[in-house]
Design a protein around this ligand. Structure first.
Ligand code: PEP
Ligand code: MN
Length: 377
């Protein structure tokens, strides 16, 4: 059960004290006060966990300071929408907005390799107006004999170079708790010239201890990548682990699922789930066309499959794209076969813009009519 308070109720308000006293009549029920910083208002909620079935909804709903009582299905307690429309969706980090309306593109190499390549990438991103990048320092590779990433050692120069070219956030995967600390410490030491979005890779999608750890730090947002063999429900439950640690700044990333049915693509593209995640949760939704497709093959119409699948996500309203590019894909230390060249990235951005425009038109033409039909007005 979630109790949503009216705007004028403060964190130590007597209204909250009264409700707490009332709830003492229901043993075993644990309370947690939660606050969402929205654009127009701060929403204060009380989350009740445990045997809440005996708590009379009408009585609590009529108490002073209460705006609404929502009986949540136990699912997605923290990240779910629960049919409440005014709850804030999204967040801001380092001046970048993540919500269910915008679209951010995080481009860059799969892994940090040489300082020259990293600098060339940031410089290029800046030249096309991007302030968001991707690149891994810790890489979970399928083979132990492949490059595992430079680890902590590269962080000082990566952060410094990012700052030099105005990059505000880098999506960077972490594989264990220690990596979160290392990133935090190195950002601090460098004087925070940039920011980091902590990425949970598909291989760690149900590493609950790691999920709790990224959730317990509140500074950096978390980009959660759907488990390659997990259902949407299982992956969203994993996001609940992050959120229940205290960090609700989560972006949900679709990156394809493992299935022979997807071949010859690396994964079966699942971008049809963009609107599903948006409907079920408050989370912005990211798509990763690079790991979904896994190659740079072209359709006879002259567009790369990577472009086509990204378009499928954007036309459905995706809010972030994670895409691999490299100054010299053929010499990249990781995933060069699916990395765009800079020129291709420029074309990719142009295509994204075309599709985004089409998406906006679709919403403009249809959303009004559909809402009317739904409400019978
Ligand atoms: C990545 O984005 O660097 C990555 C390894 O992706 P995934 O976890 O989706 O395989
Ligand atoms: Mn990769």
């Amino acid at each position: 059960m979630i109790i949503i308070f009216k705007t004028d109720v403060g964190p130590d308000g007597e209204e909250i004290t009264r409700i707490k006293e009332f709830l003492e009549n229901f043993p075993g029920v644990n309370l947690k006060l939660v606050e969402f910083e929205g654009e127009t208002r701060t929403v204060r909620e009380m989350h009740l966990i445990g045997p809440t079935h005996n708590i009379p909804e009408e009585v609590v709903g009529a108490m002073k300071g209460v705006e609404k009582v929502v009986r949540v299905s136990t699912k997605y307690r923290q990240i779910g929408r629960h049919d409440v429309n005014f709850v804030p969706v999204g967040f801001e980090y380092n001046g970048i907005k993540f919500d269910q309306d915008g679209l951010q593109v995080f481009a860059g190499p799969c892994a940090v390799d040489t300082p020259e390549n990293v600098e060339a990438t940031f410089k290029f991103l800046q030249s096309i107006g991007l302030t968001t990048a991707r690149m891994g320092a810790y890489k979970p590779r399928t083979s132990p004999y492949d490059f595992q990433g430079h680890g902590r050692e590269c962080l000082p120069w990566v952060f410094e170079l990012a700052g030099k070219y105005g990059i505000k956030a880098i999506a960077m995967e972490v594989l264990r708790e220690q990596h979160i600390d290392e990133i935090q410490e190195e950002l601090e030491k460098a004087g925070k010239p940039t920011g980091v979005v902590l990425q949970i890779g598909t291989r760690n999608a149900q590493n609950f201890e790691l999920l709790k750890q990224v959730g317990m730090q509140q500074e950096m947002p978390v980009l959660y990548k759907r488990g390659m063999g997990l259902t949407i429900e299982e992956s969203l439950n994993a996001c609940e682990y992050i959120a229940s640690g205290g960090n609700r700044n989560i972006i949900f990333c679709l990156r394809g699922v493992k299935s022979q049915m997807g071949a010859p693509h690396r994964n079966l593209v699942d971008f049809a789930h963009v609107p599903v995640i948006q409907r079920l949760t408050r989370l912005p939704v990211c798509i990763d066309p690079s790991h979904s497709v896994g190659s740079k093959d072209y359709a006879p119409n002259g567009l790369m499959d990577i472009f086509h699948v990204a378009a499928q996500g954007v036309i459905a309203g995706a809010n972030m794209i994670l895409v691999e590019c490299h100054p010299e894909p053929e010499s990249a230390w990781c995933d060069g076969h699916q990395s765009l060249t800079f020129k291709e990235l420029e074309q990719f951005m142009q295509d994204v813009e075309i599709v985004q425009e089409a998406f906006r038109k679709r919403v403009e033409v249809f959303s009004q009519g559909l809402v009317k039909e739904m409400t019978g007005e």
